[in-house]
Write a protein that binds this ligand. Structure first.
Ligand code: ACO
Length: 356
């Protein structure tokens, strides 16, 4: 049994920066409100028709592949985490494979839909594949093109101001160096509150879960139609139901509980303590959540990497973008204990401890 390690890391954010003042020109919001509640100053938006979740993921992947000292053809498995895929199906994994020009290699490609915790889940999957000896070069990508699917009217402001576009990627390889690599990963979920942070329509649910949960809705379904007719309706379009929804305070309260819990769980299983952590890279959900967690864990400012101020919440891409930035800045060095943690829609959450 090998340990696995992150052998190469890369990230990509699009050029276009959208400030809070830019958003306040199209919806009722303000720089003051957004910064005070979330810490976000600006976010990046991909270039429509030229950039997609898969193409941004490919850019990050190429950097990670080069830094791992391999060629794209050496990748033997692809894992792609996103909640904003180019197509409803097929997933972005195969599109990335095509963009990388490695379709002839017939590598496996797996798409995972775990939203904000997608990268941590993906890292755990990659770790298991490498540890068992099944694969030697697993390419894990987290990427999002949120800007294409947000509601830019005032109705959508509580969600829209938070999210940004970008991508991060790692190559996971075996290591024989004693004590190095991914020490442990912990993954959890609880579907009780699935609708509290969700992109419900379009979908094939037909109202089932909402009826069961006692949630009122009127999507204009034509119930007399014998076939079809409920995946997407005119009313959804007209009334703005084709966007993500979030009960922000509910999410906040659960996130600040689950982050410390899952970090402590990982530390316990690795026989380590909070004081052993050299760098904590949280999912960039909201600066206030990260600060809350930092306080509970009693970590110093130089032990936590935050960059949500510049990029907003990039969901599955946020952990690898932040980790890459920390590594490039020299804040993550060989031998350091790095802690990753994420919490998001589902709800799903997880953590990883890595001896770099
Ligand atoms: N600009 C101005 N006003 C706004 C905006 C906005 N962008 N969004 C909401 N408001 C208004 C609301 O309409 C409300 O007005 P009202 O009092 O007149 O009704 C008021 O501000 C307060 O709204 P709340 O939703 O209660 O504001 P809150 O202080 O909870 O902040 C926020 C909202 C930032 C979303 C917060 O709840 C939060 O951060 N929650 C955590 C969720 C999170 O981080 N999500 C990230 C994605 S999920 C993930 O990655 C875990």
């Amino acid at each position: 049994m090998f340990n696995s390690k992150i052998a190469g890391i890369g990230s990509y954010v699009p050029e276009k920066a959208v400030t809070n003042d830019d958003l306040s020109k199209v919806m009722e919001t303000s720089d003051e409100w957004i910064q005070e509640r979330t810490g976000i100053k600006e976010r990046r938006y991909g270039e429509k028709h030229k950039e997609t979740t898969a193409t941004m993921g490919t850019k990050a992947a190429r950097i990670a592949i080069e830094r791992a000292g391999i060629q794209p053809e050496d990748v033997d498995f692809i894992i792609f985490a996103t909640l904003s895929p180019d197509y409803y199906f097929p997933g972005c994994g195969v599109l990335l494979q095509r963009e990388l020009g490695i379709t002839g290699t017939e590598v496996g490609a797996l798409d995972i839909r775990n939203q904000c915790s997608g990268f941590v889940y993906g890292l755990s999957i990659a770790d298991q594949f490498v540890k068992t000896g099944m694969y030697k070069n697993v390419l894990l990508v987290g990427a999002e093109m949120h800007s294409m699917g947000l509601d830019y009217s005032t109705q959508g402001r509580n969600v829209t101001v938070i999210f940004g576009d970008g991508a991060g990627a790692v190559v996971v390889q075996p290591t024989e160096k004693e004590g190095q690599g991914i020490l442990t990963t912990k993954l959890h979920s609880d579907g009780t509150y699935a609708e509290k942070l969700a992109f419900i329509n379009p979908g094939s649910h037909g109202g089932y879960h909402l009826d069961k949960m006692g949630i009122e809705y009127d999507y204009g379904y034509d119930k007399d139609l014998e076939y079809g007719g409920i995946f997407i309706t005119d009313k959804m379009q007209e009334e703005g139901h084709l966007y993500p929804n979030m009960e922000g305070q509910f999410v906040f309260k659960l996130a600040v509980r689950k982050f410390p819990e899952v970090i402590q769980e990982a530390l316990n299983s690795a026989g380590l303590q909070v004081s052993d952590i050299d760098m904590f890279v949280p999912h960039q959900a909201n600066l206030r959540i990260s600060q809350f967690v930092q306080k509970i864990l009693k970590l110093n400012d130089d032990q936590v990497w935050n960059n949500i101020q510049k990029y907003g919440n990039t969901t599955a891409a946020s952990v690898p973008i932040a980790l890459c930035e920390a590594w490039e800045a020299g804040a993550v060095k060989e031998g350091d204990l790095v802690c990753l943690a994420a919490f998001g829609s589902g709800f799903t959450w997880g953590s990883a401890l890595i001896r770099w």
